[in-house]
Design a protein around this ligand. Structure first.
Ligand SMILES: Cc1cc2nc3c(=O)[nH]c(=O)nc-3n(C[C@H](O)[C@H](O)[C@H](O)COP(=O)(O)OP(=O)(O)OC[C@H]3O[C@@H](n4cnc5c(N)ncnc54)[C@H](O)[C@@H]3O)c2cc1C
Length: 402
């Protein structure tokens, strides 16, 4: 059985972040096998993050913005982000950079294949790929497939044997984005629009989460424009494109444009806990390891930070499992916000308007990064509709039977 020090089952964001973190550490000589079913030769996604320090892949960044726009709930405001910025990394740029770096290292192997099993074996971890068993001291499992996450499929994708759909929230962040090129100047390339609520909020069956547009301009004539929902159910494919067309035509007044690329995705927004340890020698990482922030869907930077923490644990303790978790209260905040989005779709626009216009932007970003002190968290919670959030808190307490 071919043996490695480390096997990375899944070569997306989590697998690649961990491979680079290992290669940048004192463990750089350990043999690594990365396995993914996909060749990773297309730009299947872009990863954006706000950050105040250097990005883990700073030289690869495609764009960054110092100001963001929020439009909704009666507000239309441009917010300077300093000391933060909003940065975009294209998936393909990370895939190509990784391929180039790994190709020069004989102890790193990138294998394309279908992973059939990841688990403990007699001597460490065992990973079965297209019928061949590979063994390692440690395996990190980040297999994930973007699709409609009902409670059952979300738990199955995370490799969880049991679930409690009545106790947790299962929303999804789902979107279709077009990279477009316009004939006339249409965008301010210095300002990224994070939320524009000028799109109908109700579906045919009534309120269901929230809907907004997200615009990342590259030049005056090119931008990624994305129609995004935080809701329980996906839409029929044509509905996303219809909403994009209506926004471009009716709101931005852009009628002459070409679509140069399309991005679609589904990100689980759930407070279902995803245990990290999947065996004596197997750890879950990335989305499968619960790295997606339940109430925002952001995961890239959290996954990069997690990769650093895993490597620190391996170096200091000889195992990967000693990784820090944020204070427990952030899980409660996530659940409350999911509960509000789940039951009070009519309030979603107002809640986000309050968060963006009644708080300094650094307070909001520290909250979303799970870094602010409790006093600051409470200041922020005091800016959202009190009755709805108190009712949501009571409901969450009931669901969890606490
Ligand atoms: C389109 C899109 C855009 C996103 N944009 C952002 C963003 O801007 N900012 C942000 O913070 N987060 C974003 N996210 C969320 C999150 O950061 C990404 O999904 C991120 O790629 C998750 O990393 P991961 O390693 O868990 O999963 P992935 O990157 O999806 O990697 C999982 C890998 O497992 C492989 N795999 C699955 N099953 C098997 C199998 N059986 N055998 C072999 N290989 C297998 C897949 O091919 C895949 O490459 C986005 C997600 C999507 C889908």
């Amino acid at each position: 059985m071919p043996r490695y020090d480390v096997i990375l089952a899944g070569g997306g964001s989590a697998g690649l972040n961990l491979a680079h973190a290992l290669l940048d550490s004192s463990l750089r000589d350990r043999s690594i096998l990365i396995v993914d079913r996909d060749a990773k030769v297309t730009n299947d996604r872009t990863w954006c993050s706000w950050l105040s320090g250097p990005h883990p892949f700073e030289p690869l960044l495609h764009r960054s913005w110092d100001r963001v726009r929020f439009t909704g709930g009666g507000a239309d405001t441009v917010l300077p982000l300093a000391p933060y910025r909003y940065a975009m990394l294209r998936g393909l740029d990370l895939y190509e950079h990784s391929r180039e770096r790994f190709a020069a290292l004989p102890h790193v192997t990138w294998l394309q294949g279908e992973i059939e099993h990841v688990g403990d074996g007699g001597a460490g971890a065992e990973v079965v790929v297209d019928g061949t068993t590979f063994t390692a001291d440690w395996a990190f499992d980040s297999r994930w497939v973007g699709r409609d996450y009902t409670p059952r499929t979300a738990a199955a994708a995370a490799g969880l044997p049991t679930l409690a759909p009545d106790r947790h929230h299962y929303l999804q962040q789902h979107f279709v984005g077009w990279e477009i090129e316009t004939d006339a100047p249409a965008f301010d390339p210095l300002v990224a629009t994070l939320f524009d609520f000028r799109t109908p909020q109700r579906g045919p069956d009534g309120w269901d989460g929230m809907r907004f547009l997200y615009v990342l301009p590259f030049t005056e004539r090119t931008a990624l424009v994305e129609y995004t929902l935080f809701s329980a159910h996906l839409l029929p494919p044509a509905a996303y494109e219809e909403a994009l067309r209506e926004y471009l035509h009716g709101v931005l007044g852009v009628t002459d444009y070409r679509i140069t690329a399309t991005e679609r995705g589904v990100i689980p927004m759930t407070d279902q806990p995803f245990p990290r340890r999947a065996g004596r020698s197997v750890m879950r990482t990335g989305t499968r390891g619960g790295r997606v922030k339940a109430s925002s869907g952001f995961a890239f930077l959290r996954t990069a930070q997690d990769a650093q923490a895993i490597v620190r644990s391996l170096v200091a303790r000889g195992h990967p499992f000693d990784v820090p978790e944020p204070p427990r209260r952030y899980r409660l905040f996530d659940s409350i916000l999911l509960q509000v989005l789940y039951r009070r779709g009519d309030l979603a626009e107002r809640v986000f308007a309050d968060l963006f216009t009644r708080n300094p932007v650094d307070r909001l970003l520290r909250f979303l990064d799970e870094e602010g002190p409790l006093t600051e968290n409470l200041q922020l919670m005091a800016t959202v509709p009190r009755g709805a959030f108190t009712a949501a808190w009571a409901r969450v307490a009931l669901l969890r039977r606490i």
